[in-house]
Design a protein around this ligand. Sequence first.
Ligand SMILES: Cc1ncc(COP(=O)(O)O)c(C=O)c1O
Length: 402
Amino acid sequence: MIENSIVYRKIGVKYEYLALSKAEGSFVWDKSGKRYIDFTSVWNVTNLGWNNPEVTEALVEQTKKNTQGLLWGSDPIQEEYARALTDTLPKELDACIKETGGTESVEVSIKVARAYTGRKKIIGFRNSYHGQLFASLALGNPAGSLKKIEPLVPEIISLEFPHESVGKDGFEQFVNDFETVLSRRDVAAVVTEPGIITGWGSTLVAFPEFLSEVRRLTEKYGTLLIVDEVGTGFSRTGKLFGVEHEKVVPDMIVLAKAISNGAAAIGTVVGKSALFEQALNDAVLVSTFGWTPLACAAALKTLQIHKRDKVWEMAKVKGNYIMEVLKKNIGGKVIAVRGKGMEIGLEFTDAKTCEEVRRKAFANGLHIVTGSQNNMQLMPPLTIPQETLEQGLDILVRGIQE
Ligand SMILES: Cc1ncc(COP(=O)(O)O)c(C=O)c1O
């Protein structure tokens, strides 16, 4: 309950403190036993539902074999997972780096890019979130809001993200400006999500062909393309990986979050082995807890379920349904609905209204988060039953219409 809860601040937005007592499938329960429908998936982690029994079982089985990996060697489950993951991604991406989460993996990809190209500059897009450390934060540096922890990592530049509403002319302008920056041939890498911002809460969708244009130009000027699929990966946007929407093959893909469905900490950079081999010593690619056998067992089972059940199709169908329902509510409090698959943003007229609707929904049993100020970000588990999804949407829509 709001009155009894601890409220803390995260990126300028208030959240109720939810003391979890149980979580299963598309539901979470608080300490008082109150049940909530979950529309967050812990921000794109529990894509297969909380505590997926098959993933838990794989993890438990692995505890009977071996739990810790070597820095200078490998465990069979690590090798099996590396094979399964690289077999699933485009064949050019034939090697993985063992990491523990999204931030670490993004930071590592930047080090690899600098070590490999010998260039210093890195480009990111403003108001994108790529992690909580100095380089990853610098990539999306939201104007002025990180002043107290500066200096961030130098030579990291944030450009405006060309979202849908820039229109054809605006996008052409972006492409021209982008080419001008790259043509100086001093940019090591561009880091971006694949056509939708899932981090920092804006749910902005890129102008069509954004990623293809970025790929074309990065290739032309010897700049590496790093795609952050920490949020979009594992079926969230209606494809197993977001790069599939435009059939783009980047130089590196960063994965974390839904990779193990929340059963264990793990992240990775999957890329071309030539990059990693050349950068190996200079980039210092070591992480003691990177890819523990436990995490690999959970990640392997997670990947197998996504492929076996074609979970991306669930995201596509239910995502379309959510958009349809929400679009009927545009006007009044809601000014826009945006998204891809089951990564959906609901933009309100102002931050106060957005917060009021979220609080009402929470009181009525829907666990949902506000992203940046006036944007509510919907990320239900992709396996949510249709009936539960409809109940959750009813709660939300009632809050909007009241
Ligand atoms: C798109 C994106 N990249 C990177 C990260 C950082 O991942 P982690 O929290 O595992 O460090 C996040 C986390 O929210 C994210 O949403």
